[in-house]
Design a binder for this molecule. Structure first.
Ligand SMILES: [Zn+2]
Ligand SMILES: [Zn+2]
Length: 321
């Protein structure tokens, strides 16, 4: 790790160090010396740029970019950890082996995963899942960071006990290193950087050359970047599937979560794709759909459609596929 990278990791420890903006691929990173001032980091031409003096003068990844990349890695890790840490202990009988996922329950903050305990035959909803995930992700990221700084597994273990109050076996840490270092490494090196693991899909009607046509869009929840779009006459499972296939080709990987409205074609398409990617050893895709409210919504895709509709003249050059 170089000096800028270490400083970026230091920045990451500040609370609320990264603020996503409503612009696609634009984030604000808190200044280290002044909590009220922020640096804008943007994704342009497949690389990150920062407006700070260090980046402008040296054109090297500054601490703000490192901070953002680790922050995104942390998010990605949190998603990967979700199935392992969220809700798998029954709050009624504390059993951990007998809990299975059982659909979703909707409330003000959007869909919540519900679980069923086969041992005591009770249902429960995930609680503080994000907090649990974030803490687990931070612990793992810290462990990996120390390990790759050259500390022995026992020293890493001592550090985690001293600073996080967690008593872990050193083989657990080794397991993390093996399991997550590739994932984080790819992210931090900037591979697969553009797109996260949660995608939003939606469609709308636009007029092109005074004909009505359906516009489909697939966007990345984290960066608000457009992953793929397509135009079609019909609204069916095949068209939805083609949209997702296009997105997976473009991103070079399938998503872990997809958010859509209640159109059944999305669900069928994702089930088909989940089967395909399972054969290729990928995790299956979780699908959130139906009434979208609160944190889980399609608002930014709708904003994107709004902008497109205002510029339909510019769409005339776009050929139907
Ligand atoms: Zn910077
Ligand atoms: Zn139970």
């Amino acid at each position: 790790m170089n000096r800028r990278e270490l400083k970026g990791l230091d920045l990451l420890k500040l609370d609320g160090c990264v603020k996503p903006t409503s612009d696609e691929g634009v984030f604000l990173i808190r200044s280290e010396s002044n909590a009220d001032s922020w640096y804008k980091v943007s994704w342009n031409n497949r690389k990150w740029t920062c407006e700070c003096k260090d980046f402008v003068q040296k054109e090297k990844k500054c601490k703000h970019i490192w901070c953002l990349q680790y922050w995104l890695a942390l998010k990605r890790l949190a998603v990967a950890l979700k199935s392992e840490t969220a809700g798998n202990i029954c709050p009624h009988c504390s059993s951990s082996e007998s809990v299975v996922k059982r659909g979703f329950r909707y409330n003000m903050s959007g869909p919540k995963q519900t679980y069923y305990c086969k041992k005591c035959k009770k249902r429960f909803v995930e609680r503080n899942a994000f907090l649990k995930m974030k803490n687990a992700a931070l612990l793992i990221l810290t462990a990996l960071d120390l390990y790759f700084k050259g500390l022995s597994l026992r020293k890493v273990k001592d550090h985690l006990r001293q600073f996080y109050g967690r008593d872990l076996h050193h083989t657990t840490i080794l397991k993390w290193v093996r399991k997550y270092s590739k994932l984080i490494g790819e992210y931090v090196q900037g591979l697969n950087m553009a797109f996260g693991d949660r995608w939003n899909a939606d469609e709308t009607i636009v007029t092109i050359n005074s004909r009505y046509i359906r516009l489909w869009a697939l966007m990345d929840s984290e960066t608000k970047l457009l992953i793929a779009y397509k135009l079609s006459k019909r609204r069916n499972t095949e068209e939805a599937e083609a949209l997702f296939e296009k997105g997976i080709n473009r991103a070079g990987k399938p998503p872990l979560e997809v958010i859509t409205d209640g159109f059944a074609g999305y669900h069928e398409a994702l089930q088909k794709l989940s089967q395909k990617i399972k054969d290729a050893q990928h995790d299956s895709i979780a699908h959130f759909y139906g009434p979208l409210t609160g944190e889980i919504n399609n608002n930014f895709v709708e904003r994107f459609f709004g902008e497109i509709k205002q510029r339909t003249a510019a769409m005339r050059g776009v050929k139907s596929e």
